[in-house]
Design a binder for this molecule. Structure first.
Ligand code: BTN
Length: 321
């Protein structure tokens, strides 16, 4: 595609000018065609300057999601090599499930700049305005169904590690997989199995990060924050997505190698409220106790008046006292 060829040329010498004449010769098109594509790229958020005698110079790639920029940032071997990026979707998890049913491959990634009805855990709605990172990965891992459920824990660890690597910002994981900063939720993870596990073994891992938008765009009831609120600047969503996929791929490979105990330890190192008095909500029922840790399957361990009890993520919610 001409636009991508132009980008390739400009990106090969960032900060330097390439003449429109040379580009048009190399790509075998008219200078007007080059100019036209440059205008489209500018609209997509590429900062490109043009000078009459010198030509065009790429100063900055967009921070908003862009397939070319994301692919260029990828360092993975399997995750993200097939990308489906849309400006708007009902839910990236729903789209990923449709693609999985049509036979999409391990590592396919679906992204949307905005979701109209993003899905959260426990059948909740996930508010997904423009500026967030709304991403789903199709995984067909070499794992049993019981072990595949550990992938949501792995995804939490991957998000914490990516955010720390890029912004030196340490998030905490609130069991089972809410990502927190100073008691406020900044990201969430939703794992969904597609069809019968034995037949195709497909899991959709949805990751939502409140990134480049102010907290006031979310309902005040949510107790949430955003990266913009904390860092005071916009972040490059393409680099963020690529870095999460890098850490996630590492975690998936390690789980396939049966490194469950390593994952449990990594998760616990990043956990919040460990050793603290917490409340567990199971429907109307409230159970109080000390949060002791998680089992190898990711179930929460609670020291209650009646001894140690474990709870799986599907049935309860955790609340600090
Ligand atoms: C939670 O309730 O904490 C889980 C939120 C998961 C949200 C993400 S955004 C991308 C993907 N698509 C969805 O519809 N949900 C997940």
């Amino acid at each position: 595609m001409l636009r991508q060829d132009i980008l390739q040329l400009l990106a090969a010498c960032p900060g330097n000018y390439i003449s429109g004449e040379i580009m048009s010769q190399q790509l075998n098109v008219t200078r007007a065609a080059v100019w036209k594509q440059i205008q489209v790229l500018k609209k997509e958020g590429f900062e490109i300057v043009g000078q009459t005698k010198k030509g065009y110079c790429l100063l900055q790639t967009p921070f908003s999601l862009n397939e070319w920029v994301l692919k260029r940032a990828l360092t993975t071997t399997s995750l993200g090599h097939r990308i489906n990026l849309e400006d708007e979707l009902e839910s990236t998890n729903v789209r990923a499930k449709e693609l999985a049913r049509q036979g999409s491959i391990h590592g396919q990634v679906v992204l949307a700049r905005r979701q109209k009805s993003g899905r959260g855990r426990l059948q909740r709605l996930w508010e997904s305005p423009r500026g967030g990172l709304w991403l789903s990965v199709v995984l067909q891992p070499n794992l049993s169904l019981a072990d595949a459920s550990k992938l949501t824990l792995a995804a939490s660890v991957a998000v914490v590690d990516a955010v720390e690597e890029l912004f030196s910002l340490r998030l905490g994981i609130k069991w089972p997989n809410d990502l927190m900063f100073n008691g406020l939720k900044i990201a969430g993870i939703l794992g969904e199995v597609v069809g019968e596990w034995n037949a195709v073994q497909t899991l959709i891992l949805g990751i939502g990060i409140n990134a480049n938008f102010p907290r006031k765009q979310l309902s005040p009831l949510l107790n949430a924050t955003t990266l913009l609120e904390i860092l005071k600047v916009d972040v490059d969503l393409n680099i963020l997505a690529a870095t999460i996929l890098k850490h996630l791929e590492k975690q998936v490979i390690s789980l396939e190698g049966k490194a469950f105990e390593e994952l449990r330890v990594c998760w616990l190192e990043r956990a919040v409220s460990l050793g603290e008095e917490v409340r567990i909500l199971r429907g109307e029922q409230v159970i109080q106790g000390v949060f002791k840790g998680i089992t190898i399957d990711g179930a929460l361990l609670l020291e209650t008046e009646d001894g140690e009890k474990s709870f799986s993520a599907g049935e309860v919610q955790l609340r600090p006292t």
